[in-house]
Write a protein that binds this ligand. Structure first.
Ligand SMILES: [Cu+2]
Length: 150
């Protein structure tokens, strides 16, 4: 009789084992590094460069940038069009899951149309992502030569 009871109990224990569940994907989680502005002259746009890293499981997009020091702050991409360097506005910039988007010369950059800054300043900036997250940054301003070599 004892043996019979033990056999009965076994399937119950197996059934109680938690099903192996895959964890829900974590939302996109973006941070910025190596952010800086290149300031040229008061009447010329200043460019913003940085690396955005997404440590989340979902791809996201940068859809907007704002700074009180810029008037309009646009998302731009530089391209080589048959030997001529051109730049154009882009609607968004993707940051892949567990990946990066690099803003650098000759590629994506932020374009600060009415710069109110000078080298040595730090300007505040808000980056807005497709999932509604905002990232607040303090971005150092350098002259044409950029940041000193590390
Ligand atoms: Cu530009």
């Amino acid at each position: 009789m004892k043996r019979f009871l033990m056999l009965l109990a076994l399937p119950v224990l197996l059934g109680a084992a938690a099903p192996s569940s895959t964890p829900a994907p974590s939302p996109a989680n973006v941070h910025a590094s190596h952010a800086w502005m290149r300031y040229l002259l008061p009447n010329l746009p200043a460019a913003g460069y940085m690396t955005l890293t997404n440590t989340g499981d979902l791809t996201t997009k940068l859809v907007k940038a704002n700074s009180p020091a810029c008037g309009s702050l646009m998302l731009h991409e530089s391209k080589n069009d048959g030997g001529t360097a051109i730049m154009m506005m882009v609607k968004s910039i993707s940051i892949p899951a567990h990946g990066q988007a690099r803003f650098q010369e000759g590629g994506y950059h932020l374009m600060c149309m009415q710069p109110k800054m000078k080298p040595g300043d730090k300007i505040s900036m808000i980056l807005t992502f497709a999932d509604g997250d905002d990232l607040l940054l303090l971005v150092p301003v350098y002259g044409p030569a950029g940041p000193p070599a590390p």
